[in-house]
Design a protein. Structure first.
Length: 155
């Protein structure tokens, strides 16, 4: 990264931009890998739904819609496609007849495991090129960034 020194230099902003650039690069790598991997092809949006349903097994459709920041019809269409692939299932909500809960199917978990393994391989190749000290520093920094990202604002 090129450091700019001057009156407008903000190291935190530069770090945020660098992290954003890395996220964009990973998005491109994941998309390229998705297209080269075995079918079925799952869109980025569908994969995001799978991550959330996997992480929050039994999530209500309303909660998924909120986490995605999507409209209810858009979220429902994403779930419809994943259900048609056999990756996600809808279940009745035990305390509300008007709501449905979502869960991963065994086929969905298997597909998600394969996606994660392929991504791990791409990252292992890149990380293997870093010296041990840099890998250790990166591990600590990534853990701190992850904590900061999931921590509620203001705590």
């Amino acid at each position: 990264m090129t450091e700019s020194i001057g009156p407008g230099f903000d190291p935190v902003r530069d770090l945020a931009r660098q992290a954003g650039s890395i996220a964009e690069l990973l998005d491109v790598m994941w998309e390229r890998d998705r297209n080269e991997g075995p079918p079925p092809y799952v869109s980025v949006s569908q994969l995001r739904v799978m991550y959330l349903v996997d992480r929050e097994n039994g999530i209500r459709m309303r909660g998924l819609t909120r986490l995605l920041g999507a409209s209810p019809p858009s979220a429902s269409r994403l779930v419809d496609r994943l259900q048609a692939l056999g990756f996600v299932e809808r279940r009745p909500c035990p305390d509300s007849r008007r709501e449905v809960m979502l869960g991963m199917t065994p086929a969905g978990r298997t597909h998600l495991t394969r996606v994660r393994e392929r991504r791990d391989q791409l990252l292992l190749q890149a990380l293997g090129n870093l010296p041990r000290q840099q890998r250790a520093a990166l591990a600590g920094s990534l853990a701190a960034l992850q904590h900061a990202l999931v921590r509620p604002h203001g705590s």
